[in-house]
Design a protein around this ligand. Structure first.
Ligand code: G1P
Length: 290
């Protein structure tokens, strides 16, 4: 399975983080010193993604700037001989032509956001990564998915990353039903977006990492609104599952739901504790609160 392109839906309004997100996209909130979106792009690049497709919206221009070459800043750093800082910028710089930006013109839901990328993706399988979710692991979440698909001979399939959540949280997520295993994957036995606890098929939530076949766009084109009055990717996947294989994959590592404040703060602590230059100071500081 060769996945060249990844879609990052980054048009969301970020209302849960107001006022921080009044003038700044939520995807630019930092986990330690990297914006959320940069962490998720890192994950995609580690998995071999070559082209990054951002589905943006109004007031998201700074995301585009973040992935551009800041030549004024580079000139100044060079003049001042700040080699370390130059290296930091260089490392994260996507190749020329390796990014695309398109706009979701109205907040019609995740399914609609993915559909907005159809012309840029074309007729090949692709990944979708939601920047609200950080998967902390080596190899990265997406890399694990691609490896598992290849190992199971499921290279023409659609794959969805899932993880266990407490039953009283299933209403916040897409939830899948579990069918027979195939290597590290399992066949999906249905999926439902934001179910009530009583009707959820399991406690396995969809974690914001997908590998999809291009036929999903045809389904999305006519997908009616679902949960929350939005065009849901989960509903479209359910439609495509009638004609194509769909598998779930439980990744290794911990995920952080950075769409919630506590998840975002937990991610900051976890990523900072991994850093040699920050760990001991942070630990000392945290001891004051424990
Ligand atoms: C989206 C998906 C949902 C998934 C979740 C993961 O929901 O629709 O299936 O479980 O992301 O974060 P949202 O958080 O956009 O409401």
């Amino acid at each position: 399975m060769k996945i060249r392109k990844a879609v990052f839906p980054v048009a969301g309004l970020g209302t849960r983080f107001l006022p921080a997100t009044k003038a700044m996209p939520k995807e630019m909130l930092t986990v330690v010193d990297r914006p959320l979106i940069q962490h998720v792009v890192d994950e995609a690049l580690e998995a071999g993604i070559e082209h990054l497709v951002f589905v943006t919206g109004r007031n998201k221009g700074v995301i585009e700037d973040h992935f551009d070459r800041p030549y004024e800043l580079e000139d100044t750093l060079r003049e001042r001989n700040k080699l370390k800082e130059m290296d930091i910028l260089e490392r994260d710089q996507p190749d020329a032509g390796a990014t695309s930006f398109t706009r979701q013109q109205a907040p019609l839901g995740l399914g609609h956001a993915v559909w907005c990328a159809r012309d840029i993706i074309g007729n090949e399988p692709f990944a979708v990564l939601l920047p609200d979710v950080l998967v902390k692991n080596k190899p990265s979440g997406l890399k694990q998915m691609i490896d598992a698909a290849n190992a199971a001979g499921a290279d023409k399939a659609n794959i969805i990353a899932v993880e266990e959540v407490p039953m009283d949280q299933v209403h916040m997520y897409g939830v899948v039903g579990v069918g027979p295993a195939k290597g590290d994957l399992f066949e999906l036995d249905g999926m439902v977006e934001k179910p009530k606890k009583e009707s959820a098929p399991s406690n396995l939530s969809i974690t914001g990492r997908y590998i999809l076949q291009p036929e999903i766009f045809k389904v999305l084109e006519t997908q009616p609104k679902g949960a929350g009055g939005e065009i849901q990717l989960t509903d479209a996947m359910l439609g495509l599952a009638k004609s194509q294989p769909f598998y779930g994959f439980k990744f290794k590592g911990k995920s952080y739901d950075c769409g919630s404040k506590s998840g975002f703060l937990a991610a900051n602590i976890a990523y900072a504790m991994d850093r040699e230059d920050l760990r001991s100071d942070l630990l000392m500081e945290m001891k004051k609160y424990i």
